[in-house]
Design a protein around this ligand. Structure first.
Ligand code: CTP
Length: 409
């Protein structure tokens, strides 16, 4: 880990909260310092009752922060301390601290630091088994995980309160190893698509019937946005062509908003020559009104209304002709026979890779279960959260792209 972090100018902010396990944080600080990592220690008031700041100051060789308003001239150390740090690691993390961070509180130096951070955050919970298993704590932990916090442990065993069960803080060596593994994985992931250009479509399209009405579908755009984010984290230069959704643009991604299938096609074709990989995640409308009305269509109560629809351009199929040099990845939402219908679609659209899922499951959900279809067959993945799945899919896409490039250049 020392090697890993040296290249990144290693510094970790170690947060300590009120728990008997606070004494173990001293060993954690010692391990990091020994391996060449600078450690800035921040302690809550409760932590100071369990272990003296002086101990941590001696071990880290740096000032220990315990008060919101001490130290820096401008009173901004709660922001400054996390800037340039590789991680904030809170060990031990008490139930109260987890609750406060889950709520986004910033009323002491450590919680303010966590709220203002730009770096990854880890927590190593330590508490009584009832506190840990209480629905409130589990709710807070689920919230923190959803907010991107890495939760390490807890272990099971004898607890300081005399009870036995889940709630022991992980040993300092295990915490240091988990943080090191995380950084090794991040570094490897960040190199997967370094210097590559990735273009994606995401979300639904909206096909106007008249100035106020239209045809659309229930695609949320979540999968496409998560993939765009993961591709950017993998080092790619990412452009995301988004149909009408209100999702925030992932960091480092260039976004182009479009409305109709035709606009999505135009935006794609204008950029396709400059990319290495195209991922079509959008649920593009297959049909659009043939002649949208210029004025709002008025109701004729006694008459039924017939809409004439024309097929839209199939962006992905069209790319097989226009851009055979680009590695093209399709998505297929099928309501039945997923692998069979997906494979037929993959062949029809001449795709090296198609990601198939159940339409009823995928649309608008936070998780998804997919099957990868390529020349070597069908490869099912387990159900997982869309952001985790996105990272997994970017790994799968990157490795296939490297292979494909070898035989197609
Ligand atoms: N797609 C596209 N342009 C279209 C329709 C679909 O680029 N006009 C892309 C989607 O982004 C997706 C893939 O094609 O990657 C498959 O979309 P899907 O709706 O499942 O397939 P369709 O070709 O529309 O076939 P069907 O609706 O009959 O299943």
């Amino acid at each position: 880990m020392a090697e890993q972090m040296k290249t990144l100018q290693p510094r970790i902010v170690l947060g300590i909260t009120g728990s008997v396990a606070a004494y173990k944080a001293a060993e954690l600080a010692r391990l990091w310092v020994k391996s060449g990592i600078a450690v800035d220690v921040v302690m809550t008031g409760a932590a100071c009752r369990f272990i003296a700041p002086l101990t941590l100051q001696a071990l880290s060789g740096r000032p220990v922060w315990t008060q919101m308003w001490e130290g820096a001239q401008d009173g901004m150390q709660h922001i400054a301390l996390s800037r340039g740090a590789q991680a904030i690691v809170v060990a031990p993390a008490s139930a109260d601290f987890l609750a406060r961070v889950a709520q986004g509180r910033a009323d002491d130096v450590l919680s303010a630091l966590c709220l203002a951070r730009e770096c990854p955050m880890f927590v190593a919970p330590a508490m009584n088994v009832q506190m840990w298993t209480h629905p409130a704590t589990q709710r807070n932990v689920a919230r923190l995980r959803a907010d991107g916090v890495n939760v390490l442990g807890p272990d099971s065993g004898d607890l300081a309160c005399g009870e036995t069960g889940e709630g022991r803080m992980l040993p300092p060596e295990a915490i240091a190893a988990a943080v090191a593994t995380h950084f090794a994985e991040e570094t490897a992931f960040g190199a997967l698509l370094a210097g590559r250009r990735v273009l994606l479509t995401a979300g639904p399209t909206f096909e106007a019937i008249d100035p106020v009405r239209g045809l659309t579908n229930r695609s949320s755009g979540k999968m496409g946005f998560a993939l765009a984010q993961a591709a950017a984290q993998a080092g790619a230069e990412v452009t995301l062509i988004a149909g009408p959704v209100t999702l925030p643009t992932p960091p480092g991604v260039a976004r182009i908003d479009v409305t109709s299938a035709q606009e999505m096609a135009d935006a794609t074709f204008a950029r396709i020559d400059r990319v290495d990989i195209f991922i079509g995640v959008a649920a593009v409308a297959d049909y659009a009104p043939a002649a949208p009305a210029e004025q709002k269509i008025k109701k004729e109560a006694s008459e039924s209304l017939t809409l004439m629809l024309r097929p839209t351009v199939d962006i992905l199929a069209e790319l097989a002709q226009r851009a055979p040099h680009v590695f093209r990845v399709g998505f297929a939402a099928e309501s039945q026979n997923i692998a069979v219908l997906g494979e037929a679609k993959r062949r029809r659209k001449h795709l090296p890779l198609l990601i198939a899922n159940r339409a009823q499951d995928a649309i608008n959900a936070d998780d998804n279960e997919v099957i990868l279809l390529d020349d070597s067959g069908a490869h099912p993945l387990p159900r997982m959260d869309k952001s985790l799945l996105a990272r997994r899919l970017i790994r799968e896409i990157a490795s296939r792209w490297h292979q494909w490039k070898k035989t197609n250049s």
